[in-house]
Design a protein. Structure first.
Length: 334
């Protein structure tokens, strides 16, 4: 199992980071958060660069790269709080169709994803779905049946979530769904959920890194008693704790990504370990990040609250740290 990034993966990260620096400034995120503006321009640029096709199989018109490459992109999206349907489409909808659908269904839906003409998400019973009010197709499941429903045929109710950089909505299915949209291998849904769980964990690692970076930059320039507060031993201890939690979360999340990419038998436990580690990290990093900035971190004008809200919402989606520890215990028979 290779745990080092290849030169191509590092080049991909650099390219994605450069694009997002231009196309996803914090001003765009605030437009989405404060005014509910769409991020259509950012999505159009992603389509132009073939990002939705990244992990779609070549026989369906995609690029055919692996899950690790997808998580490299997702970590960078998390760093800038990128709004829009990319994560929902590439990390939730596409894996659900690929794992649960027939070859014909995969060609139908994933080909459209690769072309950038279809966006999608995954909706579970009794849970809000990411971007369900802004995509074209929704994979809806009650845990036993898995169907792809056009957004226009669903009753969608937006959820007023505290993290407004990512839209959440509840969906209801009324009437019948055509047979060709009923995915034929519902028993494989847990595999898709594992991918979604790790994808969200890696994205949250990027957000936690951003919180760390913002706090570190502030600690270098904010002075008390004539010296930067970063020189105080108590503040150094905070950064040490944050850094250890962050690197533990990153290493655990990417290990889980590799187990999925290689279809390793440890993938189920690794996915839960990753989500638990990231949940622990966001709690420490969000708390200490705000503490280091002090009162300014509580103001609407500062960006810290946007990062913290994204990190907190990521912890809740697809299971909290506590829930995933319970799953690990169940899996191990503890």
């Amino acid at each position: 199992m290779e745990l080092e990034f290849t030169a191509d993966q590092e080049d991909l990260r650099s390219s994605v980071r450069a694009v997002l620096a231009r196309e996803c400034p914090m001003a765009l995120v605030r437009e989405v958060v404060e005014k509910g503006a769409p991020a259509d321009g950012l999505w159009a640029r992603m389509v132009e660069l073939d990002w939705p096709a990244l992990t779609v199989d070549e026989r369906h018109g995609g690029i055919g790269l692996g899950f690790v490459e997808l998580t490299v992109v997702l970590e960078e999206l998390g760093r800038v709080l990128a709004p829009g349907p990319f994560t929902a489409t590439a990390a939730l909808f596409a894996p659900a169709v690929r794992e649960c659908g027939s070859e014909e269904q995969a060609a139908r839906f994933l080909g459209a994803v690769a072309a950038g003409t279809t966006t999608g998400t995954l909706a579970f019973a009794r849970q809000p779905a990411i971007e369900a009010d802004a995509v074209d197709e929704v994979v809806v499941t009650d845990g036993e049946r898995v169907v792809v429903v056009p957004r226009a045929e669903l009753q969608v109710t937006s959820v007023d979530a505290f993290d407004r950089s990512r839209r959440l909505a509840r969906v209801e299915v009324h009437g019948q769904v055509e047979r060709s949209r009923v995915l034929t291998r519902p028993e494989r849904l847990p595999r898709a959920v594992e991918e979604a769980t790790v994808a969200l964990a890696v994205e949250a690692v990027g957000t936690c890194q951003a919180i760390f970076d913002v706090a570190l930059e502030y600690a270098k320039v904010r002075k008390q008693f004539g010296v930067p507060i970063g020189s105080f031993q108590a503040v150094k201890h905070k950064f040490a704790d944050m850094y250890v939690a962050l690197e533990r979360a990153r290493a655990t999340a990417y290990f889980a990504a590799v187990t999925i990419a290689e279809d390793d038998e440890r993938r189920t436990v690794a996915a839960s370990m990753a989500k638990a580690a990231v949940g622990d990290a966001q709690r420490i990093i969000a708390q200490e990040g705000i503490q280091i900035l002090g009162g300014i971190a509580y103001t609407w004008e500062h960006d810290m609250h946007l990062y913290v809200k994204r990190a907190k919402s990521a912890d809740a989606l697809f299971g909290t740290a506590t829930e995933h520890r319970a799953r690990i215990a169940d899996h191990l028979g503890v």
